[in-house]
Design a protein around this ligand. Structure first.
Ligand SMILES: [Zn+2]
Length: 318
């Protein structure tokens, strides 16, 4: 059971997170050269993010260890997403998830034929699995979040595995469709994960993958950073991550930045490089000056809204 201090350290602005972490090389290209692109996250807490000088993949520095991430998900993350008490996903989450599931199923409609084998990697509360099954697919989910996985099993009656770290979990070339929605930004090893997913895909299968777009305009740069998101992508790095696993964008499907349907390719490997991207990201993600931002007061309501509920839930469950 974590201490109240652990919770406070997760939610009080202008302080660091309660973790030590360790420096890592780039998960996509292996380079250790990087530029700092942010020092603050959306809670206005201290959190350093760096972009790989060779390929542009953004990562948290130092990278939280597997144990530190596990503790975070078991405590602060659960409190934040109101799972600690309710034991299940909140209503507004389920509504949003159902809308997104319909959108994803419509996008993938040409492949969601009766009998098609589908894997949702990071299946959450199971709305997409339920939607695909409704269209006749044979569906399987993978979800490490215990509350979400149990909800999906109980409410949708779908098969959900706790994890699928082992490449032998499924036979090679098993699935017609694999989807992974807002998962790869949470993982310490996204490159190996996408390779595993590609391995499980049939030669003519498709992989739907979506993550937040770090190049998104329209909100202050620091709003794009979150402790749980240990990797950050833009269009170029997301496509390169897929390319490393032998996948390319499927041009017959709609795409938007970092929401993409990929297919397999036999083309030879490409260099794992995006020259100049890290420098561009360092400029694009440059925060407005701290003084100006504080004086504007624009941070007050978002900070209060995000922090109040989480702290209350976190402390009350003791
Ligand atoms: Zn790199």
């Amino acid at each position: 059971m974590p201490s109240p201090r652990y919770f406070l350290q997760h939610f009080v602005p202008f302080t660091g997170y309660p973790y030590k972490g360790a420096p890592t090389g780039c998960n996509l290209c292996g380079s250790r050269e990087a530029l700092t692109v942010a020092e603050t996250d959306r809670r206005l807490k201290t959190l350093r993010s760096i972009a790989c000088t060779q390929c542009g993949l953004i990562r948290t520095d130092p990278m939280p260890t597997p144990d530190e991430l596990a503790e975070y998900y078991a405590t602060a993350y659960r409190a934040d997403y109101q799972l600690a008490f309710a034991g299940g996903p909140p209503r507004h989450h389920l509504n949003r998830s159902a809308r997104e599931a319909t959108f994803r199923a419509d996008l993938l409609a040409p492949k969601l034929k009766p009998g098609a084998r589908l894997l949702d990697f990071g299946s959450g509360s199971g709305e997409f699995l339920a939607e695909a099954r409704k269209r006749g697919c044979d569906v399987t989910g993978v979800e490490p979040g215990r509350d979400y996985a149990n909800y999906a099993r109980d409410h949708h009656g779908v098969t959900v595995l706790d994890e699928a770290e082992n490449p032998e979990t499924f036979p090679a070339g098993h699935f017609d469709v694999i989807s992974t929605h807002h998962v790869l930004e949470h993982l310490r090893n996204p490159a190996e994960t996408v390779e595993r997913l590609a391995r499980w895909l049939k030669p003519d299968g498709v992989l739907y993958a979506a993550v937040p777009n770090m190049a998104a305009t329209g909100k202050p740069p620091h709003e794009r950073f979150h402790f749980a998101h240990v990797h950050g992508y833009v269009r170029e790095t997301f496509d390169l991550l897929a390319r490393r696993a032998g996948l390319v964008p499927h041009t017959e499907y709609w795409r938007e930045d970092t929401t993409v349907v990929y297919r397999k390719t036999d083309a030879p490997p490409v260099p794992l490089k995006n020259p100049g991207l890290a420098e561009r990201l360092a400029v694009d993600l440059k925060p407005m000056s701290a003084g100006l931002f504080l004086a504007s007061g624009a941070w007050i309501w978002p900070a209060l809204r995000r922090n109040a509920k989480a702290v209350r839930d976190g402390l009350a469950r003791r």
